[in-house]
Design a protein around this ligand. Sequence first.
Ligand code: NAI
Length: 270
Amino acid sequence: MANNLLKGKRGIIFGALDENSIAWKTALKVKEEGGVFTLTNAPIAMRLGKINELAKECNAEVIPADATSEADLANLFTKSMEVLGGKIDFVLHSIGMSPNIRKEKPYGDLNYEWFQKTLDISALSFHKVLQTAEKLDALNEWASVLALSYIAAQRSYPDYTDMAQAKAMLESIARSYGARYAKLKKVRVNTISQSPTRTTAGSGISGFDVFFDFADMMSPLGNASAEDCAAYITVMFSDFTRMVTMQNLMHDGGFSSSGITEDIVERLSK
Ligand code: NAI
C-alpha cells in the first residue's frame, strides 16, 4: 500500500545492476511512494546489466557515472538537477566491489593495488558523492543521503577480507560528513547495515550460503530481505526521520544484538 511518503522529492539512485540488487528494489519502492529520480551505474555495469528495463518501468533517466570519478559525479548531479527540475532530496549509494574478493585472494595475500581499488570504489566514492554535492550545492535542506554497509565493519568475517575495511571507512565517512553537512544545510547522512542478501555483490563472497544461513538462524526475525531494505531506505528518505543523522543503522532482524539463539542451539544439539 503506497502512502506517498516521497511525493515531491527528487533523488539519485546508484547501483541497480539487476532485479536482485538492493538499489533495484529501492527504485521500485521509491517510485511507488511518489519520488522521482535518476538512475546511475558504472558504464561497464550498464553494458552487462539491465538498468534500461528498470528505467523504463520507473520512467527514470539513466546517467552513467563511475563513482570513483569526480568528473562523472559532477556531470551526474548537474544533469540530474536539470532532468528532475531542481535540487536533490535523496541519494542512495549502493556500491561495493573488491577485486581481491573477486579473485579469491586470502587475507594474508592481498594485492595492495586492488585493496586501494576496493577502498576507492566501496568507500571513498561515498565521500566523493558528498563532496561533489556540496561543491555544486546540489542538495536541498533536509536531504537524506544513505550508503549500505555490513556488520563486517565491526566484527571479523574471514571471507569478507578488504571489504571489511572499506565498510568501516564508509561508516566513518557518514559520521564525519554527516556532522559537516548538518551544519551547512541540515542534510543528513547515514549508513544502513543490511543482512546478507542474495545479490551479485553478496553471492560473490565465498562461503556466502553458509553465512546467509548462519545469520538467518542468529536473527530472531530472520534475515532482512532486499525488499525490506528498500522499505527502510524509503522511510529514511522521508520526512519522518528528519532528525536521524551520522548513524550506522542496523537492519538485520536482530542479528547484531543476539548472543545465541534457539535455532542455533537446536542445530548444534543435533
Ligand atoms: P549489486 O551487485 O547488485 O550492487 C553493487 C553495485 O555496485 C552494482 O550495481 C555495481 O555495478 C556497482 N558498482 C561497482 N563498481 C562501481 C563503480 N566504480 N561506480 C559505480 N557503481 C559501481 O549488489 P548489492 O548487494 O545490491 O550491493 C549494494 C550495496 O549493499 C553494496 O554496498 C553492498 O556492499 C551492500 N551490502 C550488500 C549485502 C549483501 O549481502 N548483498 C549485505 C550488506 C551490504
